[in-house]
Design a protein around this ligand. Structure first.
Ligand code: FAD
Ligand code: SF4
Length: 525
């Protein structure tokens, strides 16, 4: 065998599992379809490498992939470090009640707690210091108090490094030169946060504690190899392990290759891992015994955003970390639904990109959304007085992913069957709360027409598809992340989460990956 372990994907599941196994002496190879980025190569202008094309990844391999399905869009990362490069850094535990049903009996909150703590330590999570609150955090707290729910407001932990001495009042506070460089616990150089608000498009001063600044270099320090631009296409069993085939994306072409290992860890994310395993079962025939429920129980984690406009109130939603606080209704006190509200934000640059975006090739609904945002931007310094009320909630997790042959060609594409009707109650409760908080704080909310007219949703938190369960009839992997029917084949990423968490998922994915890596080491076979 070429390696002890091949890890497919380098997001939370892959980076963490790969790191822990390399640390324990395993010979690890991490294959990642996306590029390795640094702050000098981040996309910044129209025409830069922003997006990943599922159809032509050899030509278009930026760090954001947008998959559009009927009534659902999914945004996800494609990079060494997965979603962490472009995520909003919120690192939170799921509430204990989430684990009371729908999970294998071994997975409880108490079981995951030590692993949650390990991820928090390794990702060096912190809250925004008291002297650095953003205007959106103040508005969140004011909103919660105005509706009589002040005790539900809370600050969240972020995978961001702060300088306690930085303040908004300082001279030229957002100047990247004001960021203080330091060496983190993994020996990698980082900087402190100067509230540039670019978290979702890569931090220009390395204040985000991303996987390519902690788990991945730590894995490399322990001998792991990380190969960028390697798109895995097949996993097939062979004597003593598996052969993993890939296309290397190079100079606009695909160069096929393969490597072998005793253990394979499929960590390509909810859509990526599910699609790869569907291809292995249904097209390549290489893993024919995968569970019949592969692709089932997919969730959008109830994500929703309602922008509200405020007259005479400058919110500057591009200042400071993209999200920093929540108003917590996870206790089902609102119409029996579990959700929380967050303070969204976005980079100033986004306004310019949306203004300049060419909608000629966009579908009718995408065009409607972009045109409506452009209309709102008219006469507005981009977004200056906008509060992007954000939320996640526990939806019905009843999406089904499968492969379907295109009517126009022989190509099979990933398809999502998503029926929003069973999730309507939680989405309606979220929208109602956004409207209530906007009204209570003097804002004018605009529910996106894509929701009010068509019930279309967009999520950055895809979950499920290769669910954990007690048996093969109910899931794809067991509580150890091992695929039913295939020894030494594991999935440790967002694909194994069997239901909506209703909160940002990365720390839960990380905790599951830490636990799975520990079990692989203990049970080394
Ligand atoms: C804009 C945005 C903001 C977000 N903000 C937050 C937040 O604040 N907090 C939070 O908890 N979560 C947030 N998320 C979600 C979070 O990023 C994901 O839940 C998390 O990254 C999922 O981890 P994962 O390991 O399952 O998959 P990923 O992190 O998506 O990693 C999967 C990796 O596999 C690679 N891959 C896929 N297919 C293949 C293949 N065939 N071959 C090789 N490699 C492959 C992908 O390129 C990717 O790097 C956000 C997401 C987005 C898009
Ligand atoms: S707010 Fe700016 S400096 Fe701070 S973490 Fe986000 S991108 Fe980096």
């Amino acid at each position: 065998m070429d390696f002890d372990v091949i890890v497919i994907g380098s997001g939370f599941g892959g980076a963490i599992c790969g790191c822990r196994l390399a640390e324990s002496g395993y010979k690890v190879l991490i294959l990642e379809r996306g590029r390795r980025w640094d702050k000098t190569t981040y996309p910044r202008k129209p025409g830069d490498r922003w997006t990943w094309s599922h159809e032509h990844p050899e030509k278009e391999n930026g760090w954001l992939e947008l998959r559009l399905f009927p009534n659902m869009g999914v945004a996800q990362g494609a990079a060494v470090g997965g979603g962490s490069l472009i995520y909003a850094n919120i690192s939170c535990e799921a509430p204990p009640a989430v684990f009371e049903a729908g999970w294998p009996r071994e997975i409880t909150y108490d079981e995951l707690k030590p692993h949650y703590d390990t991820v928090a330590r390794f990702m060096n999570v912190q809250k925004v210091p008291a002297n650095q609150w953003t205007e959106r955090m103040r508005l969140m707290q004011r909103g919660a108090e105005a509706i009589g729910e002040g005790s539900r407001f809370k600050q969240l932990e972020l995978a961001v490094s702060f300088d306690p001495e930085w303040t908004y009042e300082a001279d030229d506070p957002f100047n990247p030169d004001k960021s203080k460089t330091f060496t983190n616990a993994q020996g990698i150089e980082q900087g402190t946060c100067v509230h540039l608000g670019n978290c979702d498009i890569g931090c220009d001063v390395y204040a985000k504690n991303t996987l390519d600044r902690n788990y991945i270099p730590w894995a490399e320090k322990h001998g792991a190899q990380v190969r960028e631009l390697h798109l895995v296409t097949n996993v097939e069993p062979m004597t003593g392990g598996y052969r993993v085939s890939y296309d290397r994306l190079k100079d606009g072409r695909r160069e096929p290759g393969s490597q072998t290992a005793r253990i394979v860890v499929v960590a390509a994310g909810s859509l990526g891992s599910t699609e790869l395993l569907l291809r292995c079962r249904d097209l390549m025939g290489s893993l024919p015994d995968l569970s019949p429920v592969l692709g089932h129980n997919w969730s959008s984690n109830g994500d929703f955003l309602t922008p509200a406009f405020y007259h005479d109130y400058d919110i500057y939603p591009w200042q400071g970390p993209t999200i920093a606080s929540a108003i917590d209704f996870l206790d089902r006190s609102q119409d029996g639904q579990s959700f929380w509200i967050q303070d969204g934000g976005f980079p100033n640059l986004l306004g310019n990109l949306i203004r300049e975006y060419d909608t000629a090739g966009a579908g009718a609904r995408a065009k409607l959304l972009i045109d409506s945002i452009r209309h709102l931007l008219t006469g507005n310094e981009p977004f200056r007085n906008v509060m992007p009320w954000f939320a996640q909630g526990v939806d019905a997790a009843n999406g089904v992913l499968s492969l379907r042959k295109s009517p126009f060609s022989n190509v099979h594409k990933l398809h999502l069957e998503w029926d929003v009707s069973e999730s309507r109650k939680v989405m309606d409760a979220i929208v109602a709360m956004h409207l209530r908080l906007s009204a209570a704080t003097g804002g004018h909310p605009v529910v996106p027409p894509t929701w009010s007219l068509f019930h279309d949703l967009l999520t950055p938190h895809p979950l499920g598809g290769c669910n954990m369960a007690n048996t093969r009839d109910h899931g794809v992997v067991d509580h150890k992340g091992e695929v039913f029917g295939y020894r030494n084949l594991y999935v440790p990423d967002g694909a194994i989460i069997p239901e909506a968490l209703g909160v940002n998922p990365s720390r839960t994915i990380g905790a599951l990956a830490e636990r799975i890596a520990k079990i692989i080491k203990e049970e080394a076979r």
